[in-house]
Design a protein around this ligand. Sequence first.
Ligand SMILES: Nc1ncnc2c1ncn2[C@@H]1O[C@H](COP(=O)(O)OP(=O)(O)OP(=O)(O)O)[C@@H](O)[C@H]1O
Ligand SMILES: [Mg+2]
Length: 141
Amino acid sequence: MREYISKSAKQTKQFAKQFVKQLKKGDVVLLDGELGAGKTTFVQGLGEGLKIKNKIISPTFNILKIYKSSPLSLYHLDCYRLENIKSDNGLDIYDLLQTDDAIFCIEWSEFLYDDLQYIKNPITVKIDILNDEERKIVIYD
Ligand SMILES: Nc1ncnc2c1ncn2[C@@H]1O[C@H](COP(=O)(O)OP(=O)(O)OP(=O)(O)O)[C@@H](O)[C@H]1O
Ligand SMILES: [Mg+2]
């Protein structure tokens, strides 16, 4: 477990950019934290670290966005809109996680319900809002 206090969105991205160096293909990062905590901001930093050129935004209509890069692509899932869909969410999580040469980051993973069983040994990143600009980031790895 590791803790970091971020004082700005920029610092959160910078921290994530460093953090991504410890990840290897197939790793699954679960991002925990309330609305506006900074989960997507953290994923933007991961993207920078992976040299992804496209802007990473919260997927609005699609649950999944794929950012191709080499040597590692980034699969970004935001399951918020699955809150009330307890069966047949249209995703084949098991199949998705077989993808080679990718890391996966998942916001609101609790709404995957039964599909959570397919996620083995995730790394959890918990972001707590301390005040307007400060966040406590805890890594459970
Ligand atoms: N230290 C900080 N770290 C991250 N974001 C911060 C920080 N300080 C302020 N912010 C702001 O908080 C907001 C975080 O939004 P973001 O979309 O990343 O949250 P989220 O956790 O993904 O929310 P959602 O659950 O809606 O997807 C941004 O507007 C960002 O600029
Ligand atoms: Mg988000």
